[in-house]
Design a protein around this ligand. Structure first.
Ligand SMILES: [Cu+2]
Length: 108
């Protein structure tokens, strides 16, 4: 009886620890969901193109930050990997008239 009840207490307390750890994880901003990808962008001919590309990317659900570099003809996008992916980002720039391709491999 005494052994059994102490075992029960042990399992209860480890359960409680596990639950509080899980709750702590959901309240954190979950940095592992954020991913950065750099795309090579075609057809960039003037500074206005960077604005068009940036707007097209910002419309994609899950995109958090966009940097378009005219000199290197690239776009760097910070996005939520649970809401979107590089394929959707490439489609967005391509639909806007600027075919994109991966400049960096995607870490998953
Ligand atoms: Cu332009």
């Amino acid at each position: 009886m005494t052994i059994k009840s102490s075992l029960l207490i042990l399992s209860l307390s480890s359960n409680a620890l596990w639950i509080s750890a899980a709750q702590a994880q959901t309240t954190v901003t979950q940095p592992n969901r954020q991913q950065t990808v750099t795309l090579n962008i075609e057809n960039m001919t003037c500074a206005m193109c960077t604005v068009t590309i940036k707007k097209a990317l910002q419309k994609v659900e899950g995109v958090e930050a966009v940097t378009v570099d005219y000199d290197s003809k690239t776009a760097t996008i910070l996005f939520d990997s649970q809401k979107t992916d590089s394929t959707a980002l490439i489609k967005a720039t391509t639909d806007a008239g600027y075919p994109g391709s991966l400049a960096t491999p995607v870490a998953r």
